[in-house]
Structures are given as structure tokens and as C-alpha cells.
Design a protein around this ligand. Structure first.
Ligand code: ADP
Ligand code: MG
Length: 351
């Protein structure tokens, strides 16, 4: 009987589906931190506190003072493909960090997740989901905002746990995520606290900055990259062809031995984009010797219809509808700014 050898097609169960999604969204503790902090930013938080222990493997806790959720919201927040951030099918019109509605469902399927939240005019409530098993909504105590606690990440998927690097390397990756988001959101205050052997230590702190976007960003970059960077950086503010390049780009004299001080954002979203980083290198090409690297923090803003952020679950890559326009804005915009600065400098010397 041949039919006994025929493979049987079955739908995957919900827990398996969530774990597969988690594999894409949550690669390591730093990706969980990124998702949770982005949620806090989307919730309109003004202060975000992140705590973690053992490289984020045993504990990640994100506390925010954002809009919070009601008890009725909580089961939806942890349900897969449920989001408050996108209306209908308009995937081309995205103004928040999140939109896939996958992060909390994924985290709850591979770790032990507790959500405690309070929306204005409502009582605080909490829900627990561990290894995909969802508990009841219960009353909780919280004055405002949301606390998301994620313990034992990947305990439900031991194979993934084995791929994690040392606690130190994972801690560094977490700090890097916070640094980038802090540069993207200078008006928000951030603290990052690491607990080792029961002892808590603040390893990164960025106080909320006031003023307009440039003032706030200047203050934030002084804190993160140092006054040496900001006092040697040109303010970049170049609108062109419906796009807008903003940020600070260091003078060639403040070049670095590596690309460690290059940060690019698209519509305020930290990205690791080869196209944009390549354009940055080209812009400085005539100003720097081969072994030196530019330092810059740049945001490229454009109509959300001209850039697709839905290329990768972790949203680290983007795709432009007109990649050449994005590239050329960075190259010619920065070149013009840099040669103008050179001109001014030599005029000063001559005068
Ligand atoms: P997404 O961010 O793509 O919508 P998530 O799984 O990260 O998906 O979150 C699901 C939903 O839970 C969000 O759309 C939001 O309504 C709610 N939520 C998550 N985190 C917070 C938070 N810190 N404050 C308020 N609401 C939150
Ligand atoms: Mg999210």
C-alpha cells in the first residue's frame, strides 16, 4: 500500500508558529530589548528604564511611563498579529516602530513574560505568558505606564540558547541597541542597569533633552559620543526631492580609525544599511585618507511610502523606492557641507 508512505500535511499549532516567528524576530537578548524599548517609545514614554542580568538571558525588564494598557488590552497585546499601530492593510504608511504585532507573542513563546500595565482612568492589571501558555488577567499595582519583564529567554528553545555569546558580549549588544535608540529619540530619557552577582550598576544613562530637534540631538550626542564629536561636527539639515537629511557630521579632522561612530537612521529608525553607510564613505572620500573613517549621525526622513521597512522581521534593513536619490542626497549633501566648512576655515585662516 503506497499511500502509507505519503507525508501528511498538518497545520502547525499556535505555539510552534510563535516559536518560528520568534526565531526571526528575537535572535538574541539585545533583539528582545530592542522590541520592548521600541514598544515603550511607541507608547509615548518620556522615560524608559531597562534592567537586565546575565547578558539578558535570565532577566530583561523594561519600565516606561507611556500610555499603558487596560486589563482588556493585555491578552491582545500578547496575541500574535494583534497591534494598535496599523490600520487595516496600509503597510506603506507606517509611523511607529512596531506594526507586525509579533514581538510580545514571540517573546512569550520563548521565555517567561509578565506584562504589568496601567492606562489612564483604569486600574493596573497584569498577565503572564510562559513558553506560550497564557495566564489570566489579574489586578496589579502600578501607578502608570508599563513594566514588561522577560525572564529566562529561550528556556523553551534550548537550541537557540546554545548559540548565544558570552554574557559580556550580549550585554554589549544590549548597550548598543540602547545607544542607537537614545540617539534616535533625544527627548526621551534612558537608563540601562546591569545586575551582576546581585549587584545593580547603571551602565548607560541619557537624560531627556529639551529644545528643538537639533538642540536635543546635540545635547544627546554630546552625552553619548562626547563633546569632542559635537564641537567638531557640522549641523546637517538638507531637504531635497521630498527627502530630508538631518543630523551631525564630523569634520574630516575628527576622523576615526574605524566606522564605530557611524549611525544612520531612516525615519528615526536605527538601520544597518549598506547603501547609506556606503554613501557616507563616498561623501568623505576626497577629504580623508584611506585608513580613516568618517563620524556622523544622520537621519534620512522621507515619505513612508518611499521606503519599505517591512523587509526583515527585525526591521534592520530598509528598501528605498528610489535608492539612487537617497544615495545622492547623502553624497552631494555632505560634500557640499564639508567643502563649505573647509572654505570657511581657510577664509578664517586667511583673514
Ligand atoms: P507591535 O509593536 O508590532 O504592535 P508588539 O507585539 O510589540 O507588536 O505589541 C503588541 C501591542 O501591545 C502593541 O501594538 C501595543 O498596543 C501594545 N503594547 C506593547 N508594549 C506596550 C507598552 N510598553 N505600552 C503600551 N502598549 C504596549
Ligand atoms: Mg512592538
Amino acid at each position: 500500500n503506497i499511500s502509507t508512505d505519503r507525508p501528511v500535511i498538518r497545520p502547525l499549532d499556535e505555539a510552534a508558529i510563535n516559536r518560528i516567528a520568534a526565531g526571526e524576530v528575537v535572535e538574541r537578548p539585545a533583539s528582545a530589548v530592542k522590541e520592548l524599548v521600541e514598544n515603550a517609545i511607541d507608547a509615548g514614554a518620556t522615560r524608559i528604564a531597562v534592567e537586565f542580568a546575565d547578558g539578558g538571558k535570565t532577566l530583561i525588564r523594561v519600565t516606561d511611563d507611556g500610555c499603558g494598557m487596560t486589563g482588556a488590552d493585555l491578552p491582545l497585546a500578547i496575541a500574535r498579529h494583534a497591534t494598535s499601530k496599523i490600520d487595516g492593510t496600509d503597510l506603506l504608511n507606517i509611523h511607529s516602530f512596531g506594526f507586525r504585532g509579533e514581538a510580545l507573542a514571540s517573546l512569550g513563546s520563548v521565555g517567561r513574560l509578565v506584562l504589568i500595565s496601567r492606562a489612564q482612568g483604569h486600574d493596573a492589571a497584569q498577565i503572564t505568558v510562559a513558553g506560550g501558555r497564557i495566564g489570566d488577567v489579574r489586578p496589579a499595582a502600578l501607578s502608570r505606564g508599563t513594566v514588561v519583564e522577560l525572564r529566562d529567554l529561550f528556556y523553551a528553545t534550548p537550541a537557540r540558547l546554545k548559540f548565544l555569546r558570552t554574557d559580556r558580549a550580549e550585554a554589549q549588544a544590549i548597550a548598543e541597541v540602547i545607544r542607537r535608540l537614545a540617539m534616535a529619540e533625544p527627548h526621551i530619557g534612558f537608563t540601562l542597569t546591569e545586575t551582576t552577582n546581585g549587584e545593580a550598576r547603571v551602565i548607560f544613562r541619557a537624560d531627556p533633552q529639551s529644545g528643538d530637534f537639533f538642540d536635543a540631538l546635540h545635547g544627546r550626542l554630546t552625552g553619548i559620543l562626547g563633546a569632542d564629536f559635537t564641537s567638531n561636527a557640522l549641523r546637517i539639515d538638507i531637504p531635497r526631492d521630498g527627502m530630508h537629511l538631518t543630523g551631525y557630521a564630523a569634520l574630516p579632522t575628527y576622523s576615526r580609525g574605524s566606522g564605530a561612530q557611524q549611525f544612520v537612521f531612516v525615519n528615526g529608525r536605527p538601520v544597518l544599511d549598506k547603501l547609506l553607510l556606503g554613501a557616507l564613505r563616498v561623501a568623505y572620500f576626497d577629504f580623508l585618507s584611506r585608513d580613516r573613517h568618517p563620524a556622523a549621525v544622520l537621519n534620512l526622513a522621507c515619505d513612508s511610502e518611499r521606503v519599505d521597512v517591512n523587509v526583515h522581521p527585525a526591521k534592520a534593513e530598509v528598501r528605498f523606492r528610489e535608492p539612487d536619490a537617497a544615495r545622492s542626497l547623502i553624497i552631494t549633501g555632505l560634500r557640499t557641507a564639508l567643502s563649505g566648512a573647509g572654505h570657511r576655515a581657510s577664509t578664517t585662516v586667511a583673514g
